[in-house]
Design a protein around this ligand. Structure first.
Ligand code: NAD
Length: 381
């Protein structure tokens, strides 16, 4: 029988790696799921709900993982927990593969097969296992809701007997998964929404959500999307033109949500200090790129900065601020990823090491860091 262990996260993580729904599915596939006591509490999944779905509750992390073939967590699991896994076991998490290299090497040294869910290839088959999408969508939603609650004015236009309340102007910078949901949420709340991106494909998406597209649409813009669907770093010349456009647009905005990222690089700076100073006091910026350095020059990760009455929030782990949904979706991402490798008849978890999803996400195996993106850079002659 396949043993799946789920441990509780550290105190700064609200999410959990299984939901009662996925416990039931795993159990139906012939697996035994052992959940550490209280692991789902911050996502409002009680031990009883897990038990009702067929899980066993363990008193400690150690007791949960003792027999496990696979350990499921949200964040990279602590070394002491991984060390108690039996040889040949697997660990699946949002591993932060570029963070804390020494710990990653130590994780490899345990011999565990470790999978980083954020490396899931962005191919159609992997869509329902894509944690970046499932979590970014919620973060985009929450960024707008948080901005609305910080903003001291109403968002929709209201015509009342006492006069008209104007609609808020909301500008979304970066129209990936988070940005698209931010546009949709801002529209639902009644804002006048504009959005910008460097990828031409986003123009139509913005229009289809009822927002106005604002961007420098030159030759470079027409070629700004990589084959994988991501943005390329833009030239200094493009950045200058973009900055001029943003400077004139942003001065009239009430709320700005920034989500612009380029894979493997620090976030591009799109809002300078001078641009912030051109905004009206009371305006709010929520910088979703804070974890990667921020899209605004004044962003401080994890803090709210007040600069002349303009507040700039740099939230970390916004998906974790809607843990009930974030955990439910993350849990389904894990279920989708693992299901093809669960052999119900034999009762064994057998990864296909040649599978594109396995190869794409496997970061440590047999004592080594194995992912190509994580190899030390070779000296170029
Ligand atoms: P991301 O988080 O890497 O970046 C967010 C957005 O920032 C992107 O739209 C990017 O173009 C934009 N950006 C980068 N530099 C910018 C700049 N200087 N100015 C303005 N905007 C800038 O992106 P993401 O949310 O991960 O989505 C990337 C792409 O992948 C999208 O096309 C999305 O539809 C696609 N996608 C595909 C799958 C799949 O097929 N499985 C899953 C998810 C996303």
């Amino acid at each position: 029988m396949i043993n799946i262990a789920v441990t509780a996260e550290a105190s700064d993580e609200t999410r959990v790696a299984v939901s009662p729904e996925t416990v039931k599915k795993f159990t139906g596939l012939g697996c035994k799921v052992v959940v550490e006591k209280g692991a789902g509490a911050r996502s409002r999944f009680s031990d009883q709900a897990y038990k009702d779905a067929g899980a066993e509750i363990a008193e400690s992390a150690e007791a949960a993982v003792r027999q496990a073939d696979v350990l499921l967590t949200v964040r990279r699991p602590p070394l002491e927990t991984v060390k108690t896994l039996k040889p040949g076991a697997a660990a699946v998490a949002i591993m932060d593969p570029y963070g804390d290299r020494a710990d990653l090497e130590a994780l490899a040294a345990t011999g565990v097969a470790g999978f980083a869910m954020e490396f899931m290839p962005r191919i159609t088959r992997a869509q329902s296992a894509d944690v970046l999408s499932s979590q970014a969508n919620l973060a985009g939603y929450k960024a707008v809701v948080d901005a609305a609650s910080m903003f001291e004015q109403a968002l929709p236009m209201m015509m009342t007997a006492a006069g008209t309340v104007p609609a808020a102007r909301i500008f979304i910078m970066g129209v990936g998964v988070a940005g698209l949901q931010a546009i949709a949420t801002a529209r639902r709340l009644g804002g006048i929404v504009t959005a910008t991106d460097v990828r031409p494909a986003t123009k139509e998406q913005v229009a289809s959500l009822g927002a106005k597209f604002v961007a420098v649409e030159d030759d470079e813009f027409r070629q700004a999307q990589t084959e994988a669907g991501y943005a390329k770093p833009m030239s200094a010349e493009y950045q200058k033109k973009q900055a001029e456009l943003v400077a004139s647009h942003i001065a009239n905005q009430d709320i700005v949500i920034t989500t612009a990222l380029i894979p493997g690089r620090p976030a591009p700076t799109l809002i300078t200090k001078a641009m912030v100073e051109s905004m009206k006091p009371g305006a709010v910026i929520v910088d979703l790129a804070a974890e990667r350095g921020g899209n605004c020059e004044l962003t401080k990760p994890g803090e709210i900065v007040d600069h002349g009455g303009v507040r700039i929030a740099g939230p970390l782990n916004l998906a974790g601020a809607v843990p009930v949904n974030a955990s439910a979706l993350y849990a389904r991402n894990l279920l989708t990823f693992l299901t093809p490798f669960i052999d119900k008849e034999v009762g064994e978890l057998k990864f296909d090491w040649d599978d594109e999803l396995v190869k794409g996400t496997l970061i440590v195996k047999d004592g080594k860091v194995v992912h190509p993106n994580l190899q030390p850079k070779k000296e170029v002659e």
